[in-house]
Design a protein around this ligand. Structure first.
Ligand code: ACO
Length: 321
């Protein structure tokens, strides 16, 4: 059985915060942020808007694009997020209830690669016959958990959501490979605290996002390349056969390094980190939707997804569209 993406929808809050807005209260400049990250602006959820709200908006957008029937038969909802509305209940249950789906629901926490992991789980659930269709959402209200006085992290993140219905597709289409990886020895490099006051290694668990940017950068450059090559090989393809590249949008320099190492042409990668910043689990679905809307992806194209983040974790997959 071939399993792929049947429908897609996204949402980003309308409120825009530019680099110049940060200049007003932080010791930073538009020039620094742009040259180090490629980010020019990001979207900010308002004070009443949480991850479940963003997720629901993305699913509404999916329904607007594909019709009410797109949710018919969905029997599992996975919300990949690092910023759930609460530790429990699962944000996915709130989404299930909003759309009155006859479905199971759970959240998935795997750092920024969460949506990549969710796609793998959705694939497995459908392929094994456990589920018929899975609604795999990536949604984040990251600007609620950053320290606005920390210039090395505050400027990086934004809010948004993306939702895909994963189900059976015609033979020859759909997912061709998945690579999932983790290296928990890097847990301390990117963390946000809650119940356990200390990380492994007896380090204090930070109350707002903590990141060792340099270490994460080095890890990202290495793993984006390695995971991509592994996913391409597992799919029985070569890099030359990849027609479009949808990477996690964390930093334009990281994306450019991955594209170059894979030998992919500039026009075959989607970059929107300049407009959204890092929306974590939402970044790949938003990028995929924009690339589709722009007519960049054609019937039968092999698409490469790759993502990295807190854990440290990574995920890559190849999908034939
Ligand atoms: N404005 C001005 N100066 C700044 C800013 C800022 N916004 N942020 C940091 N600096 C300063 C630092 O304080 C440092 O100053 P110092 O030398 O006096 O100490 C200097 O700039 C250089 O800092 P570096 O950290 O070395 O800068 P670098 O070139 O590495 O860029 C960055 C930092 C952009 C964070 C980069 O390391 C990076 O992108 N790392 C990867 C981050 C990432 O992708 N995270 C997402 C993970 S996904 C997830 O799961 C959430």
């Amino acid at each position: 059985m071939s399993v792929g993406i049947l429908a897609l929808g996204t949402y980003a809050p309308p409120k825009v915060m530019t680099n110049h807005d940060f200049e007003k209260f932080l010791d930073t400049t538009d020039e620094w942020i742009t040259s180090r990250t490629g980010i020019k602006e990001r979207r900010i959820a308002d004070e009443h808007e949480f991850t479940s709200d963003l997720a629901i908006r993305a699913v509404e957008n999916l329904v607007a694009r594909y019709g009410e029937g797109a949710l018919e038969g969905v029997d599992l909802v996975i919300v990949a997020t690092n910023t759930p509305d609460a530790l429990f209940p699962a944000t996915a249950a709130l989404v299930q209830d909003h759309f009155k789906l006859n479905a199971g629901a759970y959240d998935l926490l795997a750092g920024c690669p969460g949506w990549g992991y969710a796609l793998a789980q959705a694939y497995g659930m459908v392929h094994s016959g456990v589920c018929k269709k899975v609604l795999a959402v990536g949604a984040e209200a990251l600007t609620k958990i950053i320290n606005w006085q920390d210039r090395s992290t505050a400027v990086l993140f934004g809010d948004g959501a993306g939702a895909a219905v994963v189900g059976q597709v015609p033979e020859g289409y759909g997912f061709k490979s998945f690579v999932l990886g983790a290296d928990g020895s890097g847990a301390k490099e990117l963390a946000l605290g809650c119940l356990n006051p200390r990380l492994p290694g007896d380090l204090p668990m930070p109350k707002t996002v903590y990141m060792n940017g340099r270490e994460v950068f080095k890890f990202a450059v290495r793993v984006m390349n390695e995971a991509s090559l592994e996913a391409i090989q597992k799919a029985g393809l070569t890099p030359e056969q990849i027609k479009f590249f949808v990477p996690h949008q964390a930093n334009a320099r990281i994306i450019e390094s991955a594209r170059e190492r894979l030998g992919l042409p500039v026009g075959q990668v989607w970059v929107n980190v300049d407009r959204y910043g890092n929306t974590s689990t939402a970044s790949m679905p938003i990028a995929l939707q924009e690339a589709l809307d722009a007519g960049q992806i054609h019937d039968g194209d092999h698409i490469l997804f790759v993502t990295f983040g807190a854990g440290l974790t990574w995920a890559a997959s190849v999908l034939t569209w």
